[in-house]
Design a binder for this molecule. Structure first.
Ligand SMILES: *Cc1c(COP(=O)(O)O)cnc(C)c1O
Length: 229
């Protein structure tokens, strides 16, 4: 299983570089987050050994089971929904929370972040498109939430994350990503240290990079198709 990782990793890096070239951007301005949901520690460690540092997990419980068997130098990002009763686990076991969606959650994370750890890096999850089942705050609400988050000392606001509706149409993908970028730019204008526009997955990373993504979250293209849960 791990033998196909190196060529896939290289192919994804080349895809990012090519999308950056087309967009006239420096590929160094685009981070790769390896989305490792459903992947076993052996796969995660193998990709880490190839040089991948940041890994994203959607399911907190699943991540906690795997983390003790993964390299301690991995940077863990929580990219899935966080219910209030799970906030402590995120505060204690992740470097980043990209799915910040409420002031209540922000306050809990800030309070629960252990003092021996650096601040928890956060992205506000934006609700883009009108799919009913996706969480996140509207672009209009994002600024108010950001105002509150930046006052919490154990959180470090880095930007926004979005998961727009799936679309085969590149112009439509780009429209969604442009909405997220507009919010990102507003935050950049208003606050220090805003450097993360987390958008783009295996199927739409080129469109996301064309619209300014600084972090693409890639699972399938790195690890292959996921087994059904
Ligand atoms: C699963 C997932 C990804 C990666 O999706 P792929 O299509 O496998 O690249 C990215 N972001 C989030 C929030 C996800 O849940």
């Amino acid at each position: 299983m791990t033998t196909s990782l190196a060529p896939r990793f290289l192919a994804v890096q080349q895809q990012i570089a090519e999308a950056a070239r087309v967009a006239g951007r420096d590929p160094a301005g685009i981070r790769l987050l390896a989305v490792s949901k459903t992947q076993e520690p052996v796969q995660i460690n193998a990709l880490h050994a190839l040089g991948q540092v940041a890994f994203g997990e959607n399911y907190i419980q699943e991540a906690l089971v795997k983390q003790p068997n993964c390299s301690p130098t991995i940077e863990w990002h929580c990219i899935g929904p966080v219910q209030s009763n799970k906030s402590r686990l995120v505060a204690e076991h992740f470097a980043w929370c990209q799915s910040l969606h409420s002031l209540k959650l922000a306050r809990r994370l800030a309070e629960q972040r252990p003092s021996h750890l650096p601040p928890l890096h956060c992205c506000i999850q934006l609700h883009i498109g009108d799919e009913a089942n996706k969480s996140g705050v509207s672009p209009a609400e994002a600024l108010a939430l950001a105002e509150a988050v930046v006052t919490l000392p154990s959180l470090c606001l880095r930007g926004v994350m979005c998961i727009p509706p799936v679309s085969d149409s590149v112009p439509e993908q780009r429209r969604y990503f442009a909405e997220a970028k507009a919010v990102y730019q507003q935050l950049q204008h208003r606050f220090e240290g805003i450097d993360t526009l987390s958008m783009g997955m295996s199927a739409d990373l080129a469109a996301a990079i064309a619209e300014g993504s600084t972090m693409v979250r890639v699972g399938t293209a790195l690890f292959g198709p996921r087994a059904k849960r």
